[in-house]
Design a protein around this ligand. Structure first.
Ligand SMILES: NC(=O)c1ccc[n+]([C@@H]2O[C@H](COP(=O)([O-])OP(=O)(O)OC[C@H]3O[C@@H](n4cnc5c(N)ncnc54)[C@H](OP(=O)(O)O)[C@@H]3O)[C@@H](O)[C@H]2O)c1
Length: 279
């Protein structure tokens, strides 16, 4: 049992609902590992109460919070300052309260890159193909473009891909039907659709045209090994799973709130993964 003192640092995850979130478990692991006098708590906040609740948390002495669905866009409105990472991603997932000011950022793209590097993959090694055009696709496309990578995107609904391309100049769009042909010209392919997740069909992506140097990344992390990753592994392609992105995206917030830069290692991975297994 953790006993807090009167000087405990406080942070948490805001969402509606928030009961599904793995963030309290993830941050709780680091707090215990580092013996930090602090807590990271679930904060279920209904959409209409978000702005008032955030100001209240700051006034109550919290160091900051994460924001998840449905607050990632509303969070822009409460920020006194917004970092480029959030502007480029079009969403805020981390708020840091500093000297009475609320600073918003987005760590999803950072977490994606850190996870690639942890798997020995250089994100700048060659062109990237992103499948999907939702919130995570935008965050990932933005950080890759910012690294100078040539990024191509394919999405089931072309209009959503075109909208993203208008928001992120430099992003190229191809038809969804051309996604398998495009594999041959890319060093990295990333699934950002929910396909492959437990309860969803597998992603429809044959790998016959993949070159031997292709890295296959999936940001779905339930199950840890998606059908796409299993198929890629069977071909001897390098694979990057989605859990690592979830773990790495939490690092900057923890550092800002609790003053320690935590590491992502196998013990953390096992601890969080144990909570993802079907009962
Ligand atoms: N590892 C991590 O840290 C992490 C972080 C964030 C999200 N995720 C996972 O990433 C996934 C996407 O999240 P998101 O927030 O980006 O979702 P989102 O904003 O809802 O976007 C979903 C995208 O997937 C496409 N899609 C949905 N169903 C499809 C299907 N049957 N076939 C082809 N494309 C389909 C959608 O295409 P349309 O435009 O045609 O609708 C859309 O582009 C989720 O599974 C989530 O759990 C993981």
């Amino acid at each position: 049992m953790t006993i807090l003192t009167g000087k405990a640092r406080l942070a948490g995850i805001t969402g509606w609902p928030v009961a599904h979130s793995r963030s309290p478990r993830l941050h709780g692991f680091w707090l215990e590992r580092h013996g930090i006098d602090g807590a990271y708590v679930p904060l279920p906040i209904a959409p209409g109460n978000f702005a008032a609740a955030i100001r209240g948390l700051m006034w109550a002495g919290f160091a900051g919070v994460n924001c998840t669905i449905p607050h990632k866009i509303a969070a822009f409105e409460v920020c006194d300052a917004v970092e480029d990472s959030a502007r480029r991603a079009g969403a805020v997932n981390t708020l840091v309260f500093r000297d009475g000011c609320i600073v918003g950022s987005n760590t999803d793209g950072w977490g994606f890159l850190a996870n690639l590097r942890a798997h020995g993959v250089d994100p700048g090694a060659g062109p990237a193909l992103i499948l999907g055009a939702g919130g995570s696709a935008r965050a990932i496309a933005a950080v890759l473009l910012d690294l100078g990578v040539r990024v191509t995107l394919a999405n089931r609904t072309p209009a959503n891909a075109e909208r993203l391309a208008r928001e992120l100049p430099g992003l190229a769009v191809i038809d969804w039907d051309r996604r398998e042909d495009a594999l041959a010209d890319h060093a990295l392919v990333v699934n950002t659709t929910p396909q492959g997740m437990t309860g969803h069909a597998a992603l429809d992506l044959g790998l016959d045209r993949a070159g031997p140097g292709l890295t296959v990344a999936d940001i779905v992390y339930v199950p840890l090994e998606t059908p796409l990753l299993a198929a890629a592994r069977a071909r001897g392609l390098r694979c990057v799973e989605g859990l690592g992105m979830l773990l790495h995206q939490a690092v900057p917030g923890f550092h800002a709130w609790f003053g320690v830069e935590p590491s992502v290692d196998d013990a953390l991975r096992r601890f969080v993964a144990a909570d993802l297994l079907p009962a």
